[in-house]
Design a protein around this ligand. Structure first.
Ligand code: SF4
Length: 373
């Protein structure tokens, strides 16, 4: 008997209303009906006679499967989802203000880079960027940051001339985030060589929900990490300009001051505390709403998760994407969770399946099989 095996780097992810094939080889996404993805539930192989012709045509057209005898089907095991990282802290965020001195900044960064094996750095600047231009350029040009894989700047002031100057002078900066009160959804401005400029929304304070397809990342490392970790909060460290140690910009808890730390072991001990790592393991499969979303293994979500008394997790703020109707905020036909009959709050999680079905019938009249991201 002949059949079809799915390529190892193609991973189907079921959502509430549609499924998604993650194509890691081509770094592409392809939507498909859940009924098609169900053929690959728990296995990589499907007998030829079991697949409806239209599904087979789709899979062959997209080069997601190859023909094979069923005697050989066990020769292609699934990819392992195991995740590990040599970094104790992977993302270091440092707030800069008028008091910050280059030597202090270099000392802090070296300390964390060398002791915690950190490889992503983000500098947060809330004041006028031009005041800190020289400090940033000198830091980035120094060899202190040579080992970082990425260096980002998050600026709360939009000064395009200064941004361009910094980008041109310091080729090592990979991401520039401009916080903008006037926009709702993240927007990519520039992308030249490795340097990317994003415009991200902010609401009343610095903690805003920036979930956007622009920040989706189709890579195996994130997919594996997302199985058991929160891909935004995991292994993050935030140092405020006054030295406060926090686990992220968004979290409320403070864990002492950097200038109180005398030995690397003390900082390691803080990071090892279960309170510091509180959000690291709150992955999307255990968060209401997100667990129904087809993007849950590739999305970066900075909303703080909250735990109910029964142990389940939810978000207080709604995502920019509604997975029950497959619509982004701002898109034609978008409805909020409440408008779709979904409630997720401190008291519990409820889905009005009939209401969603009726809405989807109107929104999606035609087959979504071949629609792309
Ligand atoms: S619903 Fe959850 S998983 Fe889906 S895009 Fe929003 S934050 Fe990501």
């Amino acid at each position: 008997m002949m059949g079809y095996n799915i390529f190892t780097d193609i991973l189907p992810v079921r959502g509430y209303s549609r499924g998604l094939f993650y194509d890691f080889g081509k770094q592409k996404l392809k939507f498909a009906p859940n009924t098609l993805l169900d053929f690959f539930k728990g296995n990589n192989y499907v007998d030829k006679n079991d697949l409806p012709q239209e599904y087979l045509d789709f899979l062959l057209r997209e080069k997601f499967v190859f023909e094979i005898s069923n005697r050989l089907k066990d020769c292609f095991p699934k990819l392992s989802n195991d995740y590990d990282s040599y970094s104790i802290i992977r993302h270091l965020l440092i707030e800069i203000d008028f008091e910050t001195r280059l030597e202090e900044l270099e000392t802090t960064i070296s300390f964390i880079e060398n002791e915690l094996y950190c490889y992503h750095l983000i500098l947060i600047i809330k004041e006028d960027l031009s005041y800190h231009k020289e400090l940033i350029c000198n830091l980035v040009k120094s060899n202190t940051v040579d080992n970082f894989e990425s260096i980002g700047i998050k600026s709360f002031v939009d000064k395009s001339e200064t941004i361009n100057e910094i980008l041109v002078k310091t080729k090592k900066i990979t991401n520039f985030y401009i916080v903008d009160k006037k926009i709702d959804i993240i927007h990519k401005d520039l992308d030249f060589e490795r340097q990317q400029v994003y415009r991200v929304p902010v609401k009343s304070n610095e903690n805003y929900n920036f979930v956007s397809s622009e920040l989706f990342s189709i890579n195996l490392s994130m997919y594996s990490e997302s199985q058991k970790h929160n891909t935004y909060f995991n292994r993050k460290l935030y140092i405020k300009s006054n030295g406060e140690i926090k686990s992220s910009v968004e979290s409320q808890e403070m864990f002492g001051y950097l200038h109180e730390i005398k030995k690397p072991e003390e900082l390691k001990a803080i990071i090892s505390r279960s309170n510091f790592q509180k959000y690291w393991f709150v992955h999307k499969e255990i968060c209401d709403v997100c667990k129904d979303c087809e993007f849950r293994h590739m999305c970066v979500d900075n909303r703080l998760p909250f735990q109910r008394e029964d142990g389940t997790w939810y978000h207080k703020e709604e995502c920019n994407y509604n997975p029950y109707i497959c619509k982004w905020r701002g898109e034609e036909g978008y409805l909020s969770l409440k408008e779709c009959g979904v409630t997720s709050n401190e008291s519990g999680f409820n889905i009005n399946h009939e209401k969603i079905e009726a809405i989807n019938k109107i929104l999606w009249k035609k087959d979504k099989e071949t629609e792309s991201a």
